[in-house]
Design a protein around this ligand. Structure first.
Ligand SMILES: O=c1[nH]cnc2c1ncn2[C@@H]1O[C@H](CO)[C@@H](O)[C@H]1O
Length: 319
């Protein structure tokens, strides 16, 4: 079977690093590019980190396109989660700057170009706020139809968020963009923290990674300390949530999850800004609602967590 072409839209980020390495080790997919976005770090640093991670992996053949520095509404007050990942996004390791450079195209231009070059064949795996995808949709009315699938990490479906009780970090980062993507008519699969919080890398798993000869496992163990201490403080867990790698798995091996389908809208105002609400079509409402006549998306509901953790670890431990 020919591997699925994927573009990873990313804000690296410790779990992003893990997700990128996992994708590079997955024969089911071919990474044809990385696009960058703010979120865990600012966009400029996300681009540097994406280039750095490709250099670590020996995959400088993969292009990196820099994404937006502002939200879809041109907002510049960004919420950056450096307290989760370190001020450099990669566990404060003082890595030397990458020698490579981003391509001239913007992330949105690159996404539009690749989707129209390979209609129906490109999967975008979106691991940060959805600004670049919303820009691609605005730039090219055919993008939503041309893109094969958008597999995104976003939302907290029927559970508390991780920024506040209402909102998950990626949707909170640009709620207007998220609403554009969810209602675009593209084939969207949303993996929310209701699912990713079930996929935990324990202290014992970390030790196993550290004791392996895997190049990626070794690198990740070096940068993961701050991600572990953050989880210990914030959630009182002795382990970390594998948000981004789990989302990559939804593209690599979709059968590890179950899904429901319905219309998702995003709250953009008030104390619940960033809230994702899925209408499951179980009731016909008398009134016309903001969910009426909108395209549906797939939302992940369950995950085979032990199988997911094992697959992620096995691939990262290959040397
Ligand atoms: O507590 C948190 N606040 C903000 N961002 C977080 C937190 N925990 C994890 N992430 C980051 O947000 C995405 C998942 O929502 C992941 O990329 C993760 O690295």
């Amino acid at each position: 079977m020919t591997p699925k072409k994927i573009i990873i839209d990313t804000d690296p980020g410790i779990d992003d690093a893990m997700a990128i390495f996992l994708a590079l080790r997955s024969p089911e997919v071919e990474v044809i590019g990385l696009t960058t976005i703010y979120g865990n770090v600012y966009t400029t640093l996300a681009t540097m980190n994406a280039l750095h991670l490709l250099e670590v992996a020996g995959r400088t053949d993969i292009p990196v396109a820099e994404g937006s520095h502002v939200t879809i509404t041109k907002g510049t007050k960004l919420r950056i989660a450096d307290f989760v990942h370190g001020s450099d996004g990669l566990g404060n390791q003082n890595f030397p700057p990458p020698s490579g450079k981003a391509i001239k195209q913007s992330a949105a231009e690159f996404l539009v170009e690749q989707a129209s070059l390979h209609p129906g064949e490109v999967t975008v795996v979106a691991l940060g706020p959805l600004t670049n995808l919303a820009l691609a949709i605005e730039l090219d009315p055919a993008f939503a139809k041309n893109v094969g699938q958008i597999v995104l990490l976003g939302g907290a479906f029927c559970v508390n968020g991780n920024v506040n009780p209402a909102s998950e970090a990626n949707v909170f980062g640009d709620p207007e963009a998220a609403d554009i993507v969810f209602t675009s008519g593209a084939d969207v699969v949303a993996v929310g923290i209701n699912v990713t919080h079930q996929v935990v890398l324990t202290d014992a798993d970390r030790e196993k990674l550290a004791n392996s000869n895997g190049k990626f496992a070794q690198y990740l163990c070096k940068i993961m300390g701050i991600y572990y201490s953050y989880h210990h403080d914030a959630y009182s867990t002795r382990g970390v949530y594998l948000h981004d790698p789990t989302t990559v798995l939804a593209a690599v091996n979709p059968s590890l999850m179950t899904y429901t389908e319905g219309v998702v809208r995003v709250q953009t105002v008030g104390i619940t800004r960033g809230l994702t609400i899925l209408y499951n079509k179980q009731k016909r409402f008398e009134e016309v609602t903001e969910w009426s006549d909108k395209p549906t998306v797939k939302v992940a509901v369950t995950v085979d967590a032990p199988a997911a953790v094992k697959l992620i670890m096995d691939r990262l431990m290959e040397s």
